[in-house]
Design a protein around this ligand. Structure first.
Ligand code: NI
Length: 174
């Protein structure tokens, strides 16, 4: 288990298209552990493997952590391997998104409000479920990472360039 550095824009690795995991092994599970450690350490709710430089179609997420003040240590980590999503509605849901690879930048992105989700869990079992609300937004944001797309790619060119300039400035100051 290890906390790994999270890549930030404009790192070209973030534009890579990740490949399917051919077999879910102990190595995959070790990657998942590192991803969760890195996500929690950075106070994130989701992370794709490419964000720590690994071009495999693996996503981790925890939408419950820190949500309930009476249970600050409650964690509900989830893993999605080789996910496929299909929109189930034309309705678009707006959400003020952020990303650990674009620190301190938030902007509204509209995505399908409800999706069908197919993936393998960390034991390699196939799962099919439906997602809506924050879950739908988050899984689509993370899916984009697997295809080399960032949430700022959904914004205007001006906003995207401003976001990258801002991250460069923050990184220089760090
Ligand atoms: Ni992200």
């Amino acid at each position: 288990m290890a906390i790994r550095d999270i890549l930030t824009v404009p790192d070209p690795v973030l534009k890579q298209v990740s490949r399917d995991v051919e077999a879910v092994t102990d190595e995959t599970r070790a990657l998942i552990e590192d991803m969760l450690d890195s996500m929690y350490a950075a106070n994130g709710i989701g992370l794709a493997a490419i964000q720590i430089g690994v071009p495999q179609r693996v996503i981790v997420m925890d939408l419950e952590w820190g949500r309930d003040e009476s249970k600050p240590d409650h964690r509900a980590p989830r893993t999605f391997i080789n996910p496929r999503i299909t929109p189930l509605t034309d309705e678009l849901s707006p959400y003020e998104e952020g990303c650990l690879s674009v620190p301190e930048v938030y902007d509204e992105v509209k995505r399908p409000a409800r999706v069908k989700l197919e993936y393998l869990d960390q034991d390699g079992n196939p799962v099919v479920e439906e997602a809506d609300g924050l879950f739908a937004t988050c899984i689509q944001h993370e899916m984009d990472h697997l295809n080399g797309v960032l949430f700022i790619d959904h914004l205007s060119r001006l906003k995207r360039e401003r976001a990258v300039a801002r991250v460069r400035k923050v990184r220089r100051a760090a």
